[in-house]
Write a protein that binds this ligand. Structure first.
Ligand code: 5GP
Length: 208
């Protein structure tokens, strides 16, 4: 078992997933969590920073990373490639730090298969109308892309039942608290406590 926990977070774009993750990183005190920065072949949007939001690479570089087995998982989403670096995730987990993987359902499926103890969380918007409004409000995509994203959102959401948890992001503060509850509960489950606090447990039970 890894020292840190992998929390896979999936949601259609416009669900508020990035804001939720940002808020958790700012306000969770008991556990250390880092966000995995993915590699992608898509174009950088205004305001996005290489190495902060994504590592923006060419298709050739991405293919080389696939061939040299650098990815824990990768997938094609909206005609672009996205991938999670195996090495970066290992470095985080081995330091006992949890990691958020902000990835799509295809990537989630691959990680669950490779690392069954990972925890997967799906985030829903409160309604399709609200999702449409949020995607439009971001103003980052053309109308065609928005409609395409709505269709993709439906496909993405149809996979929610493959996940361990479902959060409906209607009220932001409630959704933050829901996500924190999951993180806390997962740290307290017996199989993880047995791993992290085995010395305390053994002493209490007079095993050492
Ligand atoms: P965007 O281009 O809007 O930042 O992200 C598009 C989609 O790609 C989102 O659903 C996001 O979760 C997914 N995504 C981002 N990084 C990765 C990754 O490393 N692997 C996979 N499988 N999906 C990713």
């Amino acid at each position: 078992m890894n020292k840190g926990i992998i929390f896979i977070i999936s949601a259609p774009s416009g669900t508020g997933k990035s804001s939720l993750i940002r808020e958790i990183l700012k306000t969770i005190y008991f556990y250390k969590i880092e966000v995995s920065i993915s590699y992608t072949t898509r174009m950088r949007r205004p305001g996005e920073i290489h190495g902060k939001h994504y590592f923006f690479v060419s298709k050739k570089e991405f293919k080389h990373m696939i061939d040299t087995r650098k990815f824990l998982e990768y997938a094609k989403v909206f005609n672009h490639y996205y991938g999670t670096s195996q090495k970066k995730i290992n470095n985080i987990l081995l330091r006992g730090i949890d990691v958020f993987l902000n990835i799509d359902w295809q990537g989630a499926k691959k990680i669950r298969k490779k690392i069954p103890e990972s925890i997967s969380i799906f985030i829903f918007p409160p309604s399709s109308d609200e999702l449409f409004r949020r995607i439009k409000e971001r103003g980052q995509d053309s109308n065609i892309v928005i409609l395409k994203r709505m269709k993709e959102a439906e496909t993405e959401m149809s996979h929610y039942s493959e996940y361990d948890y479902l959060i409906i992001n209607d009220n932001f503060n409630t959704a933050v608290s829901d996500l924190k509850s999951i993180i806390h509960a997962e740290h307290l489950c017996v199989k993880r406590q047995n791993y992290r606090n085995i010395h305390i447990i053994r002493k209490l039970l007079n095993y050492e």
